[in-house]
Design a protein around this ligand. Structure first.
Ligand code: FPP
Length: 248
C-alpha cells in the first residue's frame, strides 16, 4: 500500500485487537448530517475493517457497537443502532461465514428487543466452528455489567455447592466472562481523540496497550490501522516484569 512509512513486523502483531469506534456523531455534525448518518457510514467502515484486520493476520477482533450506557441516547438513535445490528447480521452473515469468520456477540442479552436474540443465536451457531478471524461485536455491553453477571453466576454456583469461594481465581473469572476462550486484547484502539475506556473490556484490558488516534471512526481506513499497529509495535510490553537483560 502507498504511503506507509513503517513496515509492520508480522511476527509481532496483536493477537487480539479491540476497537472503540468513536466519533460517528461528530463526523456527521461536521458535515451537516444527522448523527444516524454517521452510524451508517460507521457500519461501512466496520465491514471494511473486518476485512483489513483479517488480511493483516490479526486473529481476534472486538468492536464496541452499543454500550450499556447508550440507552440514554434519543430513542430514534437507539432504534437506528438496533436496526444496524439487525441489518449487519442479515446482510453480512452469509459472507462472514464464507470467509470462515467466527461471530460472537458479547453483552447483556435479556433486555434486547425480542427480534434481536434469534439473529444473534443464528450468527453464533452458524459460524461457531469457523477457524478464521474471531469477530466479537460488543452490543449492549458494559464491563461493569459483564463482571457483575459473572459474579452472580459464580455466587449461584457457590450457593449450589458446585464451587467453594476458594475456587474463585482470576482464571475462573475469565472463564465466566462474555469473552471466555478468547485471549485478552493486546491492543485497544480508540478513534476520535477521547482517551478513556468507557466501560469497555476493563478486566481484559489489564495489560493491553492503549492507542488513541484523532481520526473519527467514519474516516478510519487501512492506513490508519497500519499506523496504529505500528504504534503498538513500538511499545515496550513488560507485563509488570522487567525488560530482558535490564539491570536489576
Ligand atoms: C460512537 O460514536 C459510536 C457508537 C456509539 C456506535 C458505533 C456503531 C457503529 C460504528 C455502526 C453500527 C454497527 C453495528 C454492528 C450496530 P458517537 O455516536 O458517540 O460519536 P460522537 O462521540 O462523535 O458523538
Amino acid at each position: 500500500m502507498d504511503g506507509q512509512a513503517t513496515e509492520l513486523n508480522k511476527t509481532r502483531l496483536p493477537q487480539h485487537l479491540a476497537i472503540i469506534m468513536d466519533g460517528n456523531g461528530r463526523w456527521a455534525k461536521a458535515r451537516g448530517m444527522m448523527r444516524t448518518q454517521g452510524h451508517h457510514r460507521g457500519l461501512e467502515i466496520l465491514r471494511q475493517t473486518v476485512r483489513d484486520v483479517g488480511e493483516l493476520g490479526i486473529p481476534n477482533l472486538t468492536l464496541y457497537s452499543f454500550s450499556s450506557e447508550n440507552w440514554s441516547r434519543p430513542q430514534q438513535e437507539i432504534n437506528d443502532l438496533m436496526g444496524l445490528l439487525k441489518y449487519f447480521i442479515r446482510k453480512d452473515l452469509a459472507e462472514l461465514h464464507t470467509e470462515n469468520v467466527k461471530v460472537r456477540i458479547i453483552g447483556r442479552r435479556d433486555d434486547l428487543p425480542d427480534d434481536i436474540a434469534p439473529l444473534i443465536d443464528e450468527a453464533e451457531s452458524l459460524t461457531k466452528d469457523n477457524t478464521g478471524l474471531t469477530l466479537m461485536i460488543a452490543f449492549n455491553y458494559g464491563s461493569q455489567d459483564e463482571i457483575a453477571r459473572c459474579a452472580a453466576k459464580l455466587a449461584q454456583q457457590a450457593v449450589e455447592g458446585e464451587i467453594s469461594p476458594d475456587d474463585i481465581t482470576p482464571e475462573l473469572i475469565e472463564k465466566n466472562l462474555d469473552t471466555a476462550g478468547v485471549p485478552a486484547p493486546d491492543m485497544i484502539l480508540r478513534t476520535s481523540g477521547e482517551q478513556r475506556l468507557s466501560n469497555f473490556l476493563m478486566w481484559q484490558a489489564a495489560y493491553a496497550e492503549l492507542v488513541f488516534i484523532d481520526c473519527h471512526w467514519p474516516d478510519f481506513n487501512a492506513q490508519e490501522l497500519h499506523n496504529a499497529v505500528a504504534e503498538y509495535q513500538s511499545r515496550d510490553r513488560r507485563y509488570g516484569g522487567v525488560k530482558e537483560g535490564a539491570a536489576s
